[in-house]
Design a protein around this ligand. Structure first.
Ligand SMILES: Cc1ncc(COP(=O)(O)O)c(C=O)c1O
Length: 418
C-alpha cells in the first residue's frame, strides 16, 4: 500500500514545484509596514498594486481606532460560541440589519469568511433535485461549493447570455423530468481576474423565459460600484432582480468576514441551516465593531469611491494610451495582458521590483494558458498621481524589454528566502 505522504512530496503541485526558487519572492512574499500605496518588501519601499484595499480603509484612522477599541473592549474571545448556541450579540444583529439596508435587501446573515461562507450557503440552499447553472469563470469558492452539492450543475460560457439561456433550458428540462427541484443561477458582480462585470441585467431578464433564482457574488463590486456603493446590481439597475446578494469584507472593507443578503424568509432559512456558521464560533466582536465602522464610512464618505475611480481611470487610460491591452475591464480591477513564458514573466517581475520599486502580482501558466502573462493591478483610493505616473513609465520600459527578448532566461531566478 502506498504512503499518501510519499506521493505528496514527489509532486508539490503546479506552483509548489517552483517553491525552492520562488518562496518568499514570487510566492508568499511579505509586505511590511503600514498598509498603503507604499509598503516595504525585503527592506525596500515599493509602490504596491496588489492589495484589495480599494477604498483605502485598511489604514484609515477611524477604522484603526474602531479596530483597536473593539479589541480593547471585547478581546478576541467574545462571543463565546456559535451564533445559534451562545455566540449571538446585538452588534452582530445590528451589522446584519445595516448591511441588508445598504444593499437594498430585507435581511442579511454574517459569515466568518467569504470562501467558506458562500460554499456553505450554497450547500444549505441546494437540495438533491435542484439544478445550478453557473458562469465558467466563477471564483474557486463557488466551484468548490458545486463539488459538495448532490444535484446537477450546468456551466455556461463566461458571460455568454445566450449560452446561459441554453443551460437554463437544459436545467428546466431536467427539473421537469424529475418533477421536483428548482434552478439557481450563480454568477459574479465583477470577475476578479479580468475585471469585467457579470451581465447581471441580461441574465436576470432570462427569468421571463425560465423561472430561476439568482445568486451573485459581488466581492469586487460591493463598495466600488453603483451610486451608493451597493455594487454591480445597483450599477446595472437590477439589484432587485438579485435574489441572494453576497460579498466578502475582504475587499473594499479591508477586513475579514462576509455576508449574504436577501428576502427575510430565505435568510432565516440559511441562518438555521448553514453548517459553516452553525458548527463554528461566530465572528469575533472586534471584527463586528470594525466592520460596523467600515460600513459607516462606505455610507458617509463617497469621496473614497470617487478617489478610487479617479485613480483607476488614470491608470487604465494611461495604460491604454501606451498601447497596453487591458481587456474588457469595466471595474477598477486592472489586468494587463502580455505574452511570454513563465520564466520570462518572473524575470520581468524581478526587474520591476528591484529596479523600479513597484510591487505587483502576475498570473501565469497553469492558472492561465501557456505563453500568456497577466499583471493584475488593484488601484486604491490612496494611490497618488505620481505613483500612477511612475508605474506607467515602468510598464512602458519593461514591456519594451520583454518584446526585445531581454527577459529570456533558462529558468526561474532563484530568489527564495534562504
Ligand atoms: C469573488 C470572490 N468570492 C469570495 C472570495 C472569498 O472571500 P474571503 O477572502 O472572505 O474568504 C473572494 C476572495 O477573497 C473572491 O474574490
Amino acid at each position: 500500500m502506498a504512503d499518501i505522504f510519499e506521493r505528496l512530496i514527489k509532486n508539490y503541485g503546479p506552483i509548489g514545484q517552483h517553491r525552492e526558487r520562488a518562496h518568499g519572492y514570487f510566492a508568499f512574499p511579505k509586505l511590511e509596514g503600514e498598509v498603503g500605496s507604499k509598503m516595504k518588501f525585503r527592506g525596500q519601499e515599493m509602490i504596491v498594486w496588489s492589495l484589495n484595499n480599494y477604498l483605502g480603509l485598511a489604514n484609515h484612522p477611524e477604522v484603526r481606532k474602531a479596530d483597536a477599541d473593539g479589541s480593547a473592549q471585547y478581546g478576541l474571545a467574545l462571543p463565546m460560541g456559535a451564533r445559534m448556541m451562545s455566540g449571538n450579540s446585538d452588534l452582530h444583529e445590528q451589522l446584519e440589519r445595516e448591511l441588508a439596508e445598504f444593499v437594498h435587501k430585507e435581511d442579511s446573515i454574517l459569515m466568518n469568511y467569504g470562501y467558506q461562507g458562500i460554499m456553505s450557503a450554497i450547500d444549505a440552499i441546494c437540495g438533491r433535485h435542484d439544478v445550478v447553472v453557473y458562469d465558467a469563470e466563477c471564483h474557486a469558492c463557488i466551484i468548490d461549493a458545486l463539488r459538495m452539492i448532490p444535484g446537477h450543475r450546468f456551466v455556461f460560457k463566461h458571460n455568454d447570455v445566450e449560452d446561459c439561456e441554453k443551460q437554463l433550458l437544459r436545467a428546466q428540462a431536467l427539473v421537469d423530468k424529475q418533477q421536483s427541484g428548482g434552478v439557481l443561477v450563480i454568477t459574479e458582480g465583477v470577475f476578479g481576474m479580468a475585471g469585467d462585470q457579470g451581465k447581471l441585467k441580461e441574465i436576470a431578464a432570462l427569468k421571463k423565459k425560465v423561472p430561476f433564482r439568482l445568486l451573485v457574488d459581488d466581492a469586487h463590486g460591493f463598495g466600488t460600484l453603483g451610486t451608493t456603493g451597493a455594487g454591480a446590481g445597483e450599477a446595472q439597475g437590477c439589484q432587485d432582480e438579485i435574489d441572494l446578494y453576497f460579498s466578502t469584507f475582504a475587499k473594499s472593507m479591508a477586513s475579514i468576514g462576509a455576508f449574504m443578503a436577501g428576502p427575510r424568509t430565505i435568510i432565516d432559512y440559511i441562518r438555521y441551516n448553514i453548517r459553516s456558521q452553525i458548527f463554528a464560533k461566530s465572528l469575533p466582536m472586534p471584527y463586528v465593531v470594525g466592520n460596523l465602522k467600515r460600513l459607516e464610512l462606505l455610507r458617509s464618505k463617497p469621496e473614497l469611491k470617487e478617489n478610487l475611480w479617479k485613480n483607476a481611470l488614470a491608470l487604465q487610460n494611461g495604460l491604454k494610451e501606451r498601447g497596453f491591452d487591458i481587456g474588457k475591464t469595466d471595474s477598477v480591477v486592472t489586468p494587463v495582458y502580455m505574452k511570454g513564458g513563465v520564466e520570462e514573466a518572473t524575470a520581468m517581475v524581478m526587474d520591476i521590483r528591484e529596479n523600479y520599486k513597484i510591487f505587483c502580482s502576475i498570473v501565469v501558466y497553469p492558472v492561465i494558458p501557456k505563453g500568456h502573462i497577466i499583471y493584475r493591478l488593484i488601484p486604491t483610493a490612496v494611490h497618488t498621481q505620481e505613483e500612477i505616473d511612475l508605474t506607467l513609465k515602468a510598464f512602458s520600459e519593461t514591456k519594451a524589454k520583454l518584446d526585445a527578448g531581454a527577459y529570456k532566461v533558462a529558468e526561474i531566478p532563484d530568489m527564495a528566502n534562504k
